[in-house]
Write a protein that binds this ligand. Structure first.
Ligand SMILES: Cc1ncc(COP(=O)(O)O)c(C=O)c1O
Length: 413
């Protein structure tokens, strides 16, 4: 059954540091989570929807062309990109939406960066008949327009956050603030394995389906466990979802952060392999990119989903104990990984997932011929069209946008 962290902490990280006004909401959530994580009927319902609605199990795909191209190792992709709404985020969104229903809530709120969690929450809200409001930084709204449109189509209200860096960090603050005003009817559906207890536990457990499936699938395909599992790390939910099944095994676990314009540029989200310090921010204790006064530093990544100053407490702990190793990939490396994967496998990965793929490409020459690698393809790349198209074909893309604009203007729309 589902597992809970002891004393709400992972080593020194985690906890719950909330304003008094949120105490009742967390007590209610704690009680519901304790009850339903052991509830067979709840699991049955989730499993049924996992298979019929999300499309689980997602495939573990042998990327034969890429493996051959890189010349070493067998590389497998865990294709969360094929989950409904295009990323792993739906695993957690649907789980928490069902829990919210059981708690008698009628409204979901969520923060989103890349828009994938917002999209997943909007879909889960529509499916379960709940009202939905998504908080999104203005900058993320501009760069992830297709997901903003999709969330609205799914019936969600998307609220622009204009404070601070106008990205994910500020969207979390806005969602928490909103929750304090509407505790009675609202569940805050947090999108990564971070935040105050019990979110890190709850999100990991809903995402742990990734690791459980992968373990079974690699046994079936290869008759042994992988040597290495690699995942990108924003807040950490796709990574801990995959890693959780392998924590007690002899499997190397690697998290890849957003290197942005490089570690010396000041424009990145490198926390664990960089300069982050411990702190208590957004109601939990972990590593955060912060200045000498403890204020969060601005972050940058070509991928909105990795553009965050903090990291989930369990991953912070696993880094400290040396169980998970962290590295980073730059924007440029991620874009190159998108292109190579598209050409070799006919798969366009999300820019977030491309960071994990960039690490595979970097490692390729040092791997042994019979090494087995699993990479979590946390999402698909269609949402990134407005970022990747101008990167790869600026002139064509500008012509297309101009022509579309003129066509719509002529229609009087
Ligand atoms: C496709 C994709 N991968 C990864 C992430 C990063 O989130 P996490 O670290 O919680 O998996 C996001 C976040 O939006 C995402 O959309």
């Amino acid at each position: 059954m589902l597992k809970e962290s002891k004393n709400r902490y992972f080593g020194a990280y985690g906890g719950r540091f909330i304003p008094e006004v949120l105490y009742p909401a967390f007590e209610e959530l704690d009680a519901a989570w304790k009850k339903y994580k052991e509830d067979a009927a709840f699991h049955e319902e989730l499993q049924r929807l996992n298979s019929s609605y999300i499309g689980r199990p997602t495939p573990l795909y042998y990327a034969e062309n890429l493996s051959r191209h890189l010349g070493r190792a067998k590389i497998y992709f865990k294709l969360e990109s094929l989950a409904h709404t295009g990323a792993h985020k739906i695993n957690n969104a649907l789980g928490q939406a069902l829990l919210a229903k059981k708690m008698g809530k009628t409204r979901l709120i969520a923060e989103t960066g890349a828009g994938q969690h917002g999209l997943a929450t909007a879909a889960a809200a529509a499916k379960t008949g709940l009202e939905c409001e998504i908080f999104m930084g203005e900058i993320d709204m501009a760069r992830q327009q297709p997901n903003v449109f999709a969330m609205r189509l799914l019936g969600a209200r998307v609220t622009a956050v204009s404070e601070g860096t106008r990205t994910l960090t500020d969207a979390v603050n806005a969602a928490l603030k909103n929750w304090t005003k509407r505790i009675a009817d609202t569940h805050y559906l947090l999108g990564s394995a971070l935040g105050p207890h019990p979110y890190p536990d709850m999100v990991r457990e809903f995402q742990s389906v990734i690791g459980r499936e992968t373990k079974q699938q690699i046994w079936e395909a290869e008759g042994r466990l992988p040597d290495v599992c690699i995942a990108c790390v924003g807040g950490g939910s796709n990574a801990i979802g995959l890693f959780s099944a392998f924590l007690d095994d002899e499997v190397e676990l690697v998290g890849v952060e957003a290197g942005g314009h490089g570690p010396d540029s000041g424009q990145h989200a490198i926390r664990m392999s960089g300069i982050a310090k411990t702190g208590i921010v957004q109601a939990y204790k972990s590593f955060f990119l912060q200045d000498e006064n403890g204020s969060l530093l601005p972050t940058h990544s070509v991928s909105a989903g990795l553009d965050y100053a903090g990291i989930g407490p369990q991953l912070a702990y696993l880094a400290e104990t040396g169980r998970v190793r962290f590295t980073y990939a730059t924007d440029e490396e991620a874009l190159k990984a998108v292109e190579l994967t598209a050409r070799k496998e006919g798969i366009i990965p999300a820019l977030e997932s491309a960071h994990a793929l960039a690490e595979v490409i970097k490692r390729a020459s040092s791997l042994s011929q019979d090494a087995l690698l699993v990479v979590n393809i946390s999402g698909r790349g269609e949402k990134d069209l407005f970022i990747t198209a101008p990167e790869f074909e600026k002139e064509n893309w500008m012509n297309f946008l101009r022509a579309e604009y003129e066509r719509l203007a002529k229609d009087g729309k």
